[in-house]
Design a protein. Structure first.
Length: 128
């Protein structure tokens, strides 16, 4: 099953003020909703439910590939797009869910992801 999820927020600050915030999960992650992704070395992060690998992606200020679970093959990334009144901060998830994750993604992962992303955007907006 294909997955696609996008969150956007217009932040009243220039991209160079937002980029360091996106780089600092300890500062912007809503830890009350889920544990802060922890570096595991070699550009890998443990989120508690998944293992991410940080990758380079053209146009993205920060990007990751999901390494585990194997049934969730996806990438997700943050973009900073200059806009009138500030910067559009966009987070996109795109990939495929197979096996059990065809049910787990829409029922459990995506709803939690949506709450985390909206709270993260709130935190970036407050910090900027």
């Amino acid at each position: 099953m294909k997955i696609f999820n996008r969150h956007e927020r217009l932040i009243a600050a220039p991209p160079d003020r937002i980029a360091p915030l996106v780089a600092d999960f300890d500062r912007i992650w809503p830890a009350r909703l889920a544990p802060v992704p922890r570096p595991q070395g070699d550009r890998r992060y443990d989120t508690g439910l998944m293992i991410w690998e940080e990758i380079d992606r053209p146009g993205a200020v920060r990007a990751f590939r999901v390494l585990s679970p194997g049934e969730l093959r996806a990438g997700h990334w943050f973009e900073l797009i200059p806009a009138e009144g500030g910067t559009l901060l966009r987070h996109t998830v795109e990939g495929t869910a197979t096996g059990a994750y065809e049910t787990i993604w829409p029922e459990r992962v995506e709803p939690l992801h949506n709450r985390i992303l909206e709270a993260l955007l709130d935190n970036v907006q407050s910090a900027a």
